[in-house]
Each structure stands twice: as structure tokens, then as C-alpha cells.
Design a binder for this molecule. Structure first.
Ligand code: HAM
Length: 419
């Protein structure tokens, strides 16, 4: 176990860490264009926050949450998603009394004890956006367009699937319709669906078991249960998407695996490059969560985007470059004690001026030092020996072209700032 990471977790290093930086920079830039600011919430929260908001009958809360008692006997859970924490903060700090909408974005690790497979991890990372305050369709569309802009900038190819699941009234009516439909097919469905049919029949719509999927294909659509206000809201969202030329597919099967949604729900799906775990981004409106968390009635809409999946899709579509790793600009080698100390002093000074400089710190001989310079892909190299130090001049080698330049040791800083 000492040398094995926990199942469903990933290490990120080397060129991959630069891919993450690149992705994170795009995300920050685009989120801020929309006026969103970053929110960072705790990695764990009181378990009841997730149970109440994500929903006690959901797989996420029921089967997948990492829950533990702290030393004081309080039940805490590692966050299985980011929305509940953002809303808890909004209510706790009374942000509803400030400027609305509160526009937040986050990039955070999220924990779910799922069965790991390609694109599905026990610790994954989500880029998420939450607009808290508004009810109007403009906000649903702003949030969707942030997701779309990020997907485009990263080079992921995903289709927007959108639906409305209405407010409580529509869902209650649909629950009954669905319950009687599932009731007629119950003997052919999986144990999970059987046990959930009374409490939350909607979950059967995203059951992954093949026989249930087949049965649910012919289930009645939630669209038929929407009231006039729900329909008007959904039409408003679609009209705005048309205005912005954002392509979408209305998909009545999208109901989402979390309980807090009301009205608009959406997913960006990349079936071409992601295989079974093809949902890159999922979100929607959740107009009751601020209130159920103890705040005033407040509309909200947001999404979460799986960052590992985002990068996988971008890589599959050839947008991620391996040239992102910045080269070491110079390697300073040495011969002898004077050279050794001077090489350390010079790299220290060059780094302070913003030059990516490196030296030998492993006690290598000159040949091994130059081999190291090659392996770290340094652009220039130079060697400080007694001779060079005495004359105050050193020869710099361009490691790509083989060109050589004589430069005064005192002028190394200005040389590297201009090449
Ligand atoms: P979610 O659909 O559960 O929504 O997760 C959002 C995204 O996170 C998914 O579309 C997927 O890309 C990624 N994801 C989920 N589980 C895993 C996993 N085990 N491994 C890798 N990636 C995964 C939410 O979490 C909501 N909080 C989204 C939201 C925000 N709705 C409104 N505001």
C-alpha cells in the first residue's frame, strides 16, 4: 500500500501539470469575462448539507459519499459536489443582502466512492459556476455560454442536451405518471429501481442498467407535465440560445442525478471521444436550495464540468500541445570550486531577473553535467572554469544550433533577457 495510490485517484506531474495549468488559465479568463469571481469552500462540510440538498435518495449521497465522524463525534463528509458548499457560504455570510446575482466559479476536488473506470474517478476535479439570485432565463443562458466558451477554448467537442423538469408541481405530477409506468414494468427492472420507485422514480431515468435503460426509453416525457410558467421559462431559454446561435438538442431524458434541480437542466456530452463516461458537464437551475439551506427564496443556476474529462476530450481532438512546458533558458556548468560557487550565485541572480536558469546540484562531473543540460532541454549552456572566471568572459553555446557566443560574465543577465 505504501507505493500504491488509492483506487480511483490520479497523480498529475510533468507535462500533464502544464496541461492542467493551461486549462485552468482558460477557465479563469473566461469565467472572469462573465463577471464571475472565484469561491473556495471547505473540502468537507456537515453531512446534512449534502443529504438535504443533493438528496437522500440519490446514489451520490446514499452510496458514494465519504462520510466520517470527527473527534467531536460530528458527521462530516468530503464534498461530493460543489454547489451545496457555495450555497451554504452564500447563506451563512448573508450574501443575499449584497449585489445579485452573486456570480461564482470554482475549481475543486470532488469525492465520490464510485466504481472507477476510464473517465470516472473517486477523486475528480470540477470546474463549476453558480449564479445565485436570478430567476430569468438570461442567467441560464449566460451560465450555459460560459460552459460552451470553455469547451470551445479547450477544444472539446460536445453537444448541448437541454430539458426542463419544471417546478415542484410538475415534478410531483410526473412522479405519479412515472410511478405507474415503472409499476407496470417493475418485475423486469433492477433492484435499485425497484426500491426507488416510491421515493424517487426520476432516478430510473438515469439508471445505467441495460434492461432498465430499454424500458425507460418508452417512458412518458416530463415535458407533458410542465405548467404554463415552466413552459414559458423553457421557451425563453431556448429562444435566447437561438439568439446567441448556441446549438442544442432538446432531450427529455435529461433529468440529472441530483435532487435539487428545478426547471432547466442540461448536459454537454462528447460521445465521440469519451466512451461510456461521455458527460463533460452537467448543470441546471436549482431555485429552492438557498431557501432549504436557511436563506430567503432565491433563484440559482449553475453547472459542474469534469476537468479530467475536459482534458481527455481536448486531447482526443488534438488541441492540447506538448510544447507547453517552458524550456530552461540556460544551464550553467562548472569546473572546480570557484566555478561551483559562482554557478550557484549566477543562477540565483538570473532567476531573480526572471530567467529560467539551472545548474548542477548533484555533484556531477563536467560530462555528466552537460548530459543533464541536454536532458532538461536547456536552450543555452555555459561552463565556468578558473580561466573564464579570471578573464571575466564565458562562452555560451546555443544547444539547438551549436552557435557560440563570447559574453562577459557581468553581462549574462542582459544577454539572457534579450535572447
Ligand atoms: P454532476 O453531473 O454530478 O453535477 O457532475 C458534474 C460533472 O462532473 C459531470 O458532468 C462529469 O463531467 C464530472 N464527474 C462527475 N462524477 C465524476 C467522476 N466520478 N469522475 C470524473 N468526473 C466526474 C454536479 O456535481 C452539480 N453540482 C453540478 C451543478 C452545479 N449543478 C448546478 N450547479
Amino acid at each position: 500500500m505504501l507505493t500504491t495510490k488509492p483506487k480511483g485517484t490520479l497523480d498529475v506531474y510533468g507535462v500533464d501539470s502544464y496541461h492542467w495549468h493551461w486549462m485552468e488559465e482558460k477557465i479563469r479568463g473566461i469565467s472572469e469575462l462573465y463577471g464571475a469571481t472565484e469561491i473556495r469552500t471547505p473540502t468537507f462540510e456537515h453531512t446534512e448539507l449534502f443529504a438535504k440538498n443533493v438528496g437522500e435518495t440519490t446514489d451520490i449521497v446514499n452510496k458514494e459519499m465519504y462520510t466520517f465522524l470527527d473527534r467531536g463525534g460530528r458527521s462530516l463528509s468530503l464534498r461530493p459536489e460543489g454547489t451545496a458548499g457555495a450555497i451554504r457560504c452564500f447563506v451563512e455570510d448573508k450574501l443575499y443582502a449584497g449585489v445579485l446575482p452573486a456570480k461564482f466559479y470554482y475549481m475543486m476536488s470532488v469525492f465520490r466512492g464510485e466504481k472507477p473506470q476510464k473517465g470516472r474517478y473517486r477523486e475528480h476535479h470540477q470546474f463549476g459556476v453558480e449564479f445565485i439570485g436570478p430567476y430569468e432565463p438570461e442567467n441560464d443562458v449566460e451560465v450555459i455560454s460560459i460552459a460552451k466558451d470553455v469547451l470551445d477554448a479547450i477544444g472539446a467537442k460536445a453537444t448541448l442536451h437541454i430539458n426542463s423538469i419544471g417546478e415542484a408541481e410538475a415534478r410531483e405530477q410526473y412522479h405519479n405518471v412515472l410511478k405507474s409506468y415503472i409499476g407496470g414494468n417493475l418485475e423486469h427492472m433492477c433492484e435499485d429501481c425497484k426500491s426507488r420507485v416510491d421515493r424517487n422514480p426520476l432516478r430510473a431515468l438515469d439508471c445505467k442498467v441495460e434492461k432498465c435503460k430499454k424500458i425507460m426509453e418508452d417512458a412518458p416525457s416530463i415535458q407533458e407535465s410542465l405548467n404554463e410558467a415552466d413552459k414559458e421559462h423553457f421557451e425563453g431559454v431556448l429562444k435566447l440560445l437561438d439568439t446567441l446561435n448556441i446549438a442544442y438538442v432538446v432531450n427529455p431524458r435529461i433529468v440529472r442525478g441530483l435532487d435539487y434541480y428545478t426547471r432547466t437542466v442540461f448536459e454537454f456530452i462528447d460521445e465521440e471521444s469519451l466512451g461510456a463516461q461521455s458527460t463533460l458537464c452537467g448543470g441546471g437551475r436549482y431555485d429552492n436550495v438557498v431557501e432549504t439551506t436557511g436563506g430567503p427564496k432565491t433563484g440559482s443556476v449553475g453547472f459542474g464540468m469534469g476537468m479530467e474529462r475536459l482534458l481527455m476530450s481536448a486531447k482526443a481532438n488534438g488541441k492540447v500541445s506538448d510544447d507547453l512546458v517552458p524550456r530552461r533558458q540556460v544551464f550553467i556548468g562548472y569546473i572546480g570550486d570557484k566555478g561551483r560557487f559562482l554557478s550557484q550565485k549566477l543562477v540565483y541572480e538570473l532567476r531573480k531577473c526572471g530567467v529560467r536558469a539551472d545548474s548542477d546540484t548533484m555533484g556531477r562531473g563536467l560530462k555528466a553535467q552537460l548530459k543533464y543540460a541536454d536532458r532538461i532541454n536547456a536552450k543555452y549552456s555555459l561552463v565556468l572554469g578558473d580561466d573564464e572566471i579570471e578573464k571575466g568572459v564565458v562562452q555560451i553555446k546555443d544547444m539547438d544550433s551549436g552557435d557560440k557566443y563570447d559574453v562577459k560574465i557581468d553581462e549574462l543577465e542582459s544577454f539572457f533577457k534579450t535572447v
